[in-house]
Design a protein around this ligand. Structure first.
Ligand code: DCP
Ligand code: MG
Ligand code: MN
Length: 347
């Protein structure tokens, strides 16, 4: 699958995809739902454009590509004809560039970036100095200290090396644990933004993995594999917990890499694997599919009979019954979707 990824990125329309991607990132750095949806519409079109086997030459040819609507097709033609996209210049103003810089800090979204800009901060140095009364959380301080490391992607081989280092340490604590790597790595990507690790355990002997995160984090800190914590679980003894931090290969010159651990109950391991393998667009389409069939899908399982408060759709007045959650296969089957291998689950 690595070579497939490379093939897609080396297609005859890569220069078009690059420009649209640039514009997508600019919209992402701006507040408001209209920018959110503009960014989303480019996201959807990117992969089909990259996969298109021939150089796009006409408006009508562009429109035939999945996800390419009128306005995107016009932009594609502008790129084809002029080699450039003027809109990028208009959108890429100094304030956007600074907010984009701030949003590169771990855990910082549009709102915080906006507030800091409004407070008069224009650089990471300004933030560190607390200009305009800005105060940083511990995670944000780490986010600035390792700004470049956190924003770079690691080669697949490095993610693999880190996983192969960590898995035996977990198994040493408890040999019955199941430790899986998910996210972009499981989808076969050639580079990974972080490492996503799921831990669970079969409770057939009456015991669970509750508490593992506490012991594992302690061991990984002691071995200097985990170097900074970004978000600790509320309760590391719960059997359902999330941890976010930084890790590194214990050798000279290695860089900090982002790592996420999540522990899940044995019963929801399939749903968790499906959700955290992604990608996010694939997840969105699976959730939509579930909703159309009257189900509700999340990282815990596929549920039937969920009733939501019509005044606030996020509130469930009936949590429903779980109909599939232990394996990915049964969730695909219940949704009537042919099983897709992880590397096929991409937009
Ligand atoms: N996920 C999601 N929606 C989100 C965030 C995450 O559906 N808003 C799911 C899909 C992702 C998975 O969780 O594939 C893991 O999240 P990551 O942010 O680690 O994304 P990836 O591993 O896919 O990519 P990267 O290489 O950037 O880490
Ligand atoms: Mg990831
Ligand atoms: Mn992650």
């Amino acid at each position: 699958c690595d070579s497939k990824e490379a093939q897609v990125k080396n297609g005859p329309n890569e220069f078009i995809a690059k420009k649209l991607e640039e514009l997508m990132h600019l919209h992402k750095a701006k507040p408001g739902m209209d920018n959110h949806w503009r960014a989303f519409s480019y996201t959807k079109a990117l992969r089909p454009i990259r996969k298109h086997p021939k150089p796009i030459r006409s408006y009508s040819e562009a429109r035939k590509i999945k996800g390419v609507a009128h306005k995107t097709a016009l932009k594609i033609m502008e790129i084809v004809e002029t080699g450039d996209l003027r809109r990028i210049g208009y959108e890429n103003t100094a304030d956007v560039q600074i907010r984009k810089l701030f949003q590169g800090i771990y855990g910082v979204g549009q709102q915080t970036a906006y507030q800091w800009y409004a407070a008069g901060c224009r650089s990471l140095k300004d933030l560190k100095a607390g200009k305009g009364g800005v105060t940083l959380t511990p995670a944000q301080k780490i986010g600035i200290e390792f700004y470049d490391d956190i924003n770079d992607r690691m080669p697949r081989e490095e993610a693999q090396a880190l996983f192969e280092l960590i898995k035996p340490i977990a198994l040493e604590i408890n040999p019955k644990l199941e430790v899986e790597i998910m996210g972009s790595y499981r989808r076969g990507k050639a580079d990974c933004g972080d490492i996503d690790i799921m831990i669970t355990r079969c409770p057939d002997d009456g015991k669970t993995h509750a508490g593992i995160l506490h012991h594992l984090l302690k061991a990984l800190h002691e071995k200097n594999i985990i170097t900074e914590d970004l978000a600790l679980p509320e309760d590391p003894f719960d059997n359902e917990a999330i941890y976010r931090g930084l890790c590194r290969l214990p050798k000279f010159g290695s860089r900090r890499r982002r790592i996420d651990f999540l522990t899940v109950p044995w019963k929801s391991r399939g749903a968790a694997l499906l959700y955290y393998t992604g990608d996010d667009i694939f997840n969105r389409s699976m959730r939509l599919k579930a909703n159309r069939l009257g189900y509700s899908l999340n990282q815990k399982g596929l549920f039937a009979g969920v009733v939501r408060d019509p005044r606030n759709r996020t509130v469930k007045t009936n949590t429903g019954n779980i109909v599939a959650s232990e394996t990915e296969e049964e969730i695909f089957r219940m949704l009537g979707v042919p099983f897709q291998l992880p590397h096929q689950r991409v937009r």
